[in-house]
Write a protein that binds this ligand. Structure first.
Ligand code: ACO
Length: 391
């Protein structure tokens, strides 16, 4: 039996991710980093058996995100008694599109001589431009139903499993009407100094996928083949605190493909990723604020929710939502009453004081609705604010 340690590699260290663009002679790396996790791909131990000096590199073209895999090693374990080295390409085939497995030389050639690169633009609509540290950035918004968007996501979404705990790829082979519920926001840096005539000015900074849950109660069910029978709908109850679909929301695969643009919906941020090389430069904040503003100004959207946020995302969301609410005329005026109800003083640990006795609930409810915040998130923000008003 082989010495396990001698032939085992830490998958997080062995895997390198790079973003590249055309250079003078050959593709140049704009950034390189390791993944945060590899357990979804290589198992709980995050270990790859069978190699010494293992180096797995996934390169992405910085603009259209074309991926390329290369696996190099010093020594590979010879099969002994059914114990064999992990087939890395085969393992990654479940996670990366076929184009990733082309020879590296072809990828290099494509990057160096892509005459379309200099005119390439992210798909969809430009929704925000900003500067940070003297560099220019743009946020583009597009629907996943657009084949160009689907291709970008197909190229890049292995990163979701490598950076978001519990993050899973979007099933891109779903029916078109189901894909139409996804809207993607891309952040790109737009550079003004280009290394060669086939260098694109665009390089990815991060992206976020959002999903719409239509909030209606159809009175008539139709099948896609039955045409468009008129539907009536009702808005969901306000009181829900869950971000999970309610009985009035649907992900039912039999939902007919009627026009999605006019039905009321709750928008949900599903996957939110800023590349490690760009983190802590406020791009996450800019992206969240842009998405929030987009849905705030989308009349059919009733609420913006987030799917399984982690602590870092909660911090970012709290910061953005709180600073936004402070710009409203009403929210900053919220204070605890100067005379507190006697129940507050009788409070034992774990007992709740009825909020109605402390705050004008009707005003809070209309503020929450007006700003399309989810109930639990809004309650957090009110609590944060009230705590900040205690002298
Ligand atoms: N003033 C004060 N604080 C600010 C300001 C400002 N002007 N702007 C931003 N901040 C704070 C934020 O609240 C945050 O605070 P913290 O670092 O003290 O906790 C910090 O600055 C970072 O903000 P940004 O630079 O805007 O965040 P970043 O661009 O790094 O994005 C994110 C954060 C999305 C978590 C990123 O690190 C990332 O992609 N991580 C890996 C993937 C991940 O965890 N994604 C979220 C999963 S949950 C989901 O997908 C729904």
């Amino acid at each position: 039996m082989a010495d396990q340690e001698e032939w085992s590699s830490n998958a997080n260290e062995a895997l390198n991710i790079s973003f590249v663009q055309a250079g003078q002679q050959s593709p140049v790396k704009l950034s390189t980093f390791h993944p945060k996790f590899t357990y979804p791909i290589f198992g709980e131990e995050e270990c790859i058996f069978g190699y010494q000096g293992l180096n797995i590199t996934i390169r992405f073209a910085a603009y259209d995100l074309l991926p390329n895999l290369s696996v190099k090693y010093d020594k590979k374990f010879k099969t002994v008694n059914d114990t064999e080295a992990l087939n890395i390409e085969e393992t990654l085939k479940e996670w990366m599109p076929e184009v990733s497995f082309e020879p590296s030389a072809e990828f290099n050639h494509r990057i160096q001589y892509d005459t379309a690169a200099s005119n390439w633009k992210p798909p969809g609509e430009l929704v925000e431009s900003y500067q940070s540290r003297g560099r220019n950035f743009e946020i583009w918004c597009a629907d996943l139903i657009d084949p160009a968007v689907r291709q970008l996501i197909d190229h890049i979404q292995i990163l979701i499993s490598l950076f978001i705990e519990g993050g899973t790829p979007i099933p891109l082979d779903d029916a078109d009407w189901s894909l139409a519920k996804w809207r993607i926001f891309f952040v790109y840096e737009k550079s003004t100094s280009l290394a060669s005539s086939s260098t694109s000015p665009y390089s990815l900074v991060g992206y976020c996928s959002t999903y719409r849950f239509n909030t209606y109660s159809p009175s008539v069910r139709t099948s896609p083949s039955e045409g468009k029978t008129p539907l009536t709908f009702t808005l969901p109850a306000d009181a829900t605190t869950s971000t999970k679909p309610t009985s009035q929301e649907t992900t039912d695969p039999n939902t007919p493909p009627f026009s999605l643009s006019t039905l009321p919906f709750r928008a949900r941020i599903s996957q939110f990723l800023i590349l490690p090389s760009h983190q802590s430069h406020s791009h996450g904040t800019r992206l969240y604020q842009t998405i929030y503003t987009h849905f705030l100004h989308t009349p059919a959207c009733t609420e913006l929710t987030v799917e399984d946020p982690n602590e870092a995302f909660d911090d970012l969301r709290d910061y953005c939502d709180y600073t936004h609410l402070l710009t409203t005329p009403t929210f900053p005026l919220l204070t605890l009453p100067t005379t507190l109800p006697p129940t507050l003083f009788a409070k034992r640990p774990g007992t709740r004081v009825p909020t109605a006795s402390l705050l004008p609930l009707d005003r809070l409810a209309s503020l929450r609705h007006g700003h399309k915040l989810a109930p639990r998130q809004f309650a957090r923000l009110v609590e944060m604010h009230l705590l900040s008003t205690i002298p």
